[in-house]
Design a protein around this ligand. Structure first.
Ligand SMILES: [Zn+2]
Length: 245
C-alpha cells in the first residue's frame, strides 16, 4: 500500500497552525469527544517487536497512531488521540503508523543516518528502492521532492500469524534485503531517509494485523490491551531493543 500520506508530513506541514489549534482547545471550542474507542484485536501470541532502529540515541521524537476516528480539516487537522490519550505532537489526525524522527535531520542522514532493523523474525514480502530520498517540507505546506517523483523506498515483512511490519521513507540504495528472504529480528534492512511524502528524515513504522488493518503496536487505554512490543517502555521514551526470542 504505497499511500503517499505516510510520514512526518501533515504534522510538519501544519505546525504553523498549531498555535491556532491550541487556542481552540484552550477555549474548548473544538475539543474532540474521545474515549477508549479502538477495538483492535490483541497481537498474536508469541509475536513481539523489538524497536526497529539500531541507534535509538539518534531518534529525537515519536509521532504515533491516531485513535480518534474523526477526520478533521483545516485548522483542526492536528487533533488526534494517541494510545494513552495524548494529542499532537504525539500523533496527528489520521496517522496510521509511528514516526521516529532522525535527530539533526539531513545532517545526521548524510553522516551515516541510522539503521532500520527487523522488529521480529519474518519474510520480506515487498521492497522499493532507488527513489529520491531528500524530500522535504516547504513553508507553504506539503512536501517537495525537488522535481523528482514522490515515491517512498520501503520494506514490508510478514511475521507469524500474517502480521505485517512496514518500514517507510528509507534512504535510496540502502535496502539490504530481497523479496522472499527470511530475516531474523534485529537484522539490518535499510537506513532512515526521507523518500516519498516525508518532510524530514524519519522512519514510518506501521503494523498491519492479519486482516490488513493498521494497528497501533503500543498498548494503552485508547489502543488494544496488550502491546506488540517486547518492552513498550516509558510513554515519553522508546520501546526496548531486545528481541523476543
Ligand atoms: Zn508516519
Amino acid at each position: 500500500m504505497a499511500r503517499p500520506r505516510v510520514g512526518y508530513d501533515q504534522a510538519m506541514d501544519s505546525a504553523l497552525r498549531l498555535s491556532n489549534v491550541v487556542l481552540l482547545l484552550t477555549l474548548g471550542a473544538c475539543a474532540p469527544e474521545v474515549g477508549p474507542i479502538d477495538t483492535a484485536p490483541q497481537p498474536p501470541e508469541g509475536l513481539r517487536f523489538a524497536f526497529p532502529v539500531d541507534a535509538p540515541e539518534l531518534i529525537s521524537q515519536t509521532i504515533g497512531v491516531d485513535h480518534d476516528p474523526t477526520v478533521y480539516d483545516g485548522v483542526e487537522e492536528l487533533i488526534c488521540t494517541n494510545y494513552d490519550g495524548r494529542g499532537f505532537p504525539w500523533c496527528y489526525d489520521e496517522h496510521d503508523g509511528s514516526d521516529y524522527l532522525l535527530d539533526g535531520g539531513f545532517d545526521t542522514m548524510d553522516a551515516g543516518s541510522a539503521g532500520v532493523i527487523a522488529a521480529e523474525d519474518g519474510v520480506v514480502v515487498e521492497i522499493s528502492d532507488g527513489n529520491y530520498d531528500r524530500c522535504h517540507g516547504v513553508a507553504s505546506g506539503g512536501v517537495d521532492c525537488d522535481g523528482y517523483e514522490m515515491i517512498a523506498n520501503y520494506v514490508v515483512l510478514e511475521h507469524e500469524g500474517g502480521v505485517l511490519s512496514r518500514y517507510w521513507h528509507l534512504q535510496s540504495g540502502s535496502v539490504l534485503v530481497a523479496v522472499g528472504q527470511e530475516v531474523r529480528c534485529g537484522e539490518p534492512l535499510a537506513r532512515i531517509g526521507s523518500s516519498g511524502y516525508s518532510s524530514t528524515p524519519h522512519l514510518h513504522f506501521e503494523v498491519h494485523d492479519p486482516d490488513g488493518i493498521s494497528v497501533d503496536p503500543y498498548a494503552g487505554e485508547y489502543s488494544q490491551e496488550r502491546s506488540y512490543w517486547v518492552e513498550q517502555g516509558d510513554p515519553e521514551g522508546l520501546p526496548g531493543g531486545a528481541c523476543a526470542g
